[in-house]
Design a protein. Structure first.
Length: 372
């Protein structure tokens, strides 16, 4: 297959995203043995310190692919049965009929019907999609809060269900992945973070990827600016933040190079078996956190432009930071990008996010990066 890495076009596309309003972004694109790394803008708006493609970054829900892979590896050993009810393993966390109806597979694929716990932690989110009346105060209140995972799970399990177990469409919920973390701990006798580190991160040889041990990101990194739909002007730095609110659902720190290495090895059958990977790529309709119905597998989802090849990976957001990592099914063409601004769209009178030039500039960069 012809290599189509156009460095000049990639440089221009990254610059366009910065000019559209992102303070700083950095990315790595790979095509076979060709590698392009680029960056545009600043890591610190106060000092003008530039971003660099080697920086570490909070990758948000990209973490879910790592946690899902760890669960699949335990399933390969027979310690976890994907179609067994979660109540068999964690009856105290998902008791009664729901514990018998919800399977491990449903948790990985967000078809459990369990609600999201985050609106109960961050009241700013509780009015979604009517965001016009919400604000960022709860983010400040919890910047250094150390959450107990089981208490977060109890919030999600105790909330009204958002669907029936196995029903379509499913609804994306971090509650599912905190339960998977508890499952990993039960069957391995180690913490979920230790399990993911041993079975996935170290197996993939990722030297710059790991779970945080405190609210800071190890240098070098960018500051992370949260705009909260125009309500924070200028956007506020949330790069120092205790990520226990997300845990193995969204707290990993990584680099664009490590993310590409991980997904390349995953697609090559080097993290989980080809049979497990096939199951991870079987999708079902799921309502995303942006209230859109997407095809979602087991910790992976596809992206595909009309008439083009399919890419697999995951996106992620944290307060102030965003990430997308996508790898073509054959593992050859890859994109990993990190941005240091979130929720840049302003809201209309009904609370719906409005289009922003950043959206179009990012889409254009994705097209150039994925398809040349």
């Amino acid at each position: 297959m012809k290599k189509t890495l156009d460095a000049a076009a990639l440089d221009a596309a990254v610059d366009n995203v910065h000019r559209a309003g992102i303070p700083g972004l950095f990315a790595e694109v790979r095509d076979g043995d060709q590698v392009w790394r680029g960056a545009a803008g600043v890591a610190d708006t106060a000092t003008g310190r530039p971003v660099d493609a080697g920086m570490r970054h909070r990758v948000g829900s990209v973490t879910k692919t790592f946690t899902a892979s760890a669960v699949m590896r335990q399933a390969e050993t027979g310690r976890i049965e994907l179609d067994a009810p979660i109540g068999r393993y964690l009856p105290e966390l998902v008791p009664g009929e729901r514990g018998e109806a919800i399977t491990v597979r449903m948790l990985i694929g967000h078809t459990s019907g369990l609600a999201e716990y985050l609106p109960y932690v961050y009241p700013s989110l509780s009015a979604f999609p009517d965001l016009a009346e919400t604000g960022p105060r709860s983010m400040d209140d919890h910047r250094y809060t150390r959450f107990d995972r089981r208490e977060l799970i109890a919030l999600g399990v105790g909330a009204p269900p958002v669907g029936t177990p196995g029903g379509a469409p499913g609804v994306y919920s971090n509650t599912n992945y905190l339960l998977l973390a508890e499952l990993l701990e039960q069957v391995t006798g180690t913490t979920a973070e230790e399990c993911v580190t041993r079975d996935v991160i170290e197996r993939a040889g990722l030297g710059d990827t790991g779970f945080p041990t405190g609210p800071e990101i190890e240098e070098p990194h960018s500051r992370l600016y949260e705009a909260w739909f125009g309500k924070l002007e200028p956007p506020r730095d949330y790069s120092v933040f205790d990520m226990s609110y997300a845990g193995p659902a969204g707290s990993l720190i990584s680099t664009v190079a490590d993310m590409n290495l991980f997904y390349a090895q995953l697609m090559a059958g080097k993290i989980v078996t080809p049979s497990s990977l096939e199951q991870m790529r079987r999708t079902a309709p799921v309502v995303s956190q942006e209230a859109k119905v997407i095809a979602y597998g087991l910790g992976l989802y596809p992206m595909r432009a009309p008439g083009q090849d399919t890419f697999w990976g995951h996106g992620g957001t944290v307060w102030g930071g965003g990430t997308l990592a996508m790898t073509r099914a054959d593992g050859e063409r890859q994109l990993a990008v990190a941005v240091n601004l979130q929720r840049w769209n302003r809201l209309d009178a009904s609370g719906r996010p409005q289009p922003h030039p950043i959206d179009a500039a990012l889409e254009a960069f994705y097209r150039v990066a994925m398809y040349g």
